[in-house]
Design a protein. Structure first.
Length: 213
């Protein structure tokens, strides 16, 4: 069983999708938040998953928060860390220690549109497609090796809100799928290269909607 830690800062909708998926070979050992008011903690309690808070606002210095977070994670001793709406940039030492064992989901088709406001940026650029990407975490923001994407066609009447709604539904599908692929041993990261069933991935695996263009 892959000991899996989920980290959240807010509502935890991706957390709920992971809980509901009941992923094989995966033990959700804890949910950790930097925000004691995060609704994701309530989702954890409802699923009888231990929850832990390292309250960002209780620390005067950012380094003290980073140290406390790192030590808390070490005590949990996860095989996999899943960032599911965790809104703090992690210290590079933590990310390096869990290299190949920490994943994130980002609302764009990486490497396009790292950072924030991805939906509006894609619309403003006249893109035909948008979506979400699951990737391994490295110290550089949203730059780690990607391995699974959900793509949606951008419709002529899409707003940032309507596009976000459709992309998020895809996230609820591919994030549990990604965890399952890692837990089963189908996927792994080795020297910065993602392997699927022993074969190096030339590009992310993609789940597509029907192309209306």
């Amino acid at each position: 069983m892959m000991r899996t830690l989920i980290m959240v800062s807010g509502g935890g909708t991706n957390l709920q999708a992971i809980i509901d998926a009941n992923i094989a070979d995966t033990d959700l050992v804890a949910v950790l938040s930097d925000n004691p008011q995060a609704f994701g903690l309530e989702r954890a309690a409802s699923a009888a998953i231990p929850s832990i808070t390292v309250d960002y606002k209780s620390f005067v210095k950012r380094n003290d928060f980073d140290t406390a977070l790192h030590e808390t994670i070490r005590q949990i001793n996860p095989d996999l860390i899943v960032l599911a709406g965790f809104m703090r940039i992690l210290a590079s030492g933590l990310v390096t220690e869990y290299a190949g064992r920490m994943i994130n989901i980002h609302p764009s088709l990486l490497p396009d549109y790292p950072g924030l406001n991805t939906y509006q940026r894609a619309l403003d650029a006249g893109e035909k497609w948008h979506g979400s990407t699951v990737h391994f975490v490295i110290p550089q923001l949203d730059a780690g090796p990607a391995f699974l994407q959900y793509r949606v066609a951008i419709m002529p009447d899409d707003s940032a809100e309507s596009l976000a709604s459709r992309v998020q539904q895809g996230e609820y599908q591919i994030y549990p799928q990604a965890i399952g692929m890692l837990a089963s041993g189908q996927l792994k990261l080795d020297n910065g290269v993602v392997y699927s069933n022993g074969q190096a991935l030339a590009a992310s695996l993609v789940v597509n909607e029907t192309d209306p263009h």
